[in-house]
Design a protein around this ligand. Structure first.
Ligand code: C5P
Length: 220
């Protein structure tokens, strides 16, 4: 069969990563976490004294770090200049700064090109998760899914992931990040016209995975 391209978009805390990894593993496809790439470039900026409130400074530095994504869904990796960044990209500091960095057009142009190359090279196909995959990065994807969930469900899932986190603060930070991602000028978080929307609020992870696997099966 031809390589199948699956785009999974949506705001944070909707289960995008867990769903995408499981679907890719089940179908024998590669997996790309595009949020990890934006986090990696943000982490590099913070480590290298770039003022992340200054878009011009970000734009100038954007091409410096070499970001490499491993696409095995059972063990996805990300390195920056050869250094494993999988852990450090998940800190609260990176999470709070990533939307400012990802809104810079030069950053998006570079990362989008990287994403398209990775998708083209995946021989059996790939599941790509993010915010603008169906709209901008891979508009010809074979199947596009847009995951949603209530703010309460999303905050509860996120604070379950982050040890010792406060539910109200998590909810607030998440809403703020989604607003920034949806409101930016260059390829904002948005549902593609031909995407299938799945509301995961009252679904278990297993049910979401099954739903996506079925949708992909219908297209193959
Ligand atoms: O998915 P995750 O929460 O790790 O994404 C981190 C951030 O990366 C998002 O809040 C957003 O600013 C940015 N992002 C993006 N476009 C994507 C994926 C992520 O702008 N396709």
């Amino acid at each position: 069969p031809a390589a199948v391209i699956v785009a999974i978009d949506g705001p944070s805390g909707t289960g995008k990563s867990s769903t995408s990894k499981a679907v890719a593993a089940q179908l024998g496809l590669s997996y790309l976490d595009t949020g990890a790439q934006y986090r990696a470039i943000t982490w590099w900026m913070l480590n290298n004294g770039i003022d992340v409130a200054n878009a011009a400074e970000i734009a100038t530095a954007a091409a410096k770090p070499v970001i490499v994504s491993g696409t095995d869904p059972s063990a996805p990796t990300i390195t920056v200049d050869g250094e494993d960044a999988s852990g450090p990209i998940r800190t609260q500091e990176v999470t709070s700064k990533v939307s400012a960095v990802s809104a810079v057009p030069e950053v998006r142009a570079l990362i989008t090109e990287l994403q398209r190359t990775i998708a083209t090279e995946a021989e059996r196909g790939i599941v790509v998760e993010g915010r603008d995959i169906g709209t901008t990065v891979l508009p010809d994807a074979d199947i596009k899914i847009f995951l949603t969930a209530s703010p309460e469900a999303r905050a509860a899932r996120r604070s379950g992931e982050v040890k010792g986190s406060d539910l109200a603060a998590t909810r607030e930070a998440l809403i703020k990040r989604d607003a920034a991602d949806s409101g930016r000028k260059t390829s904002p978080l948005a549902k593609a016209g031909d995407a299938v929307e799945v509301d995961t609020t009252d679904l278990t992870l297993a049910q979401v995975i099954e739903c996506v696997v079925t949708l992909v099966g219908e297209k193959q």
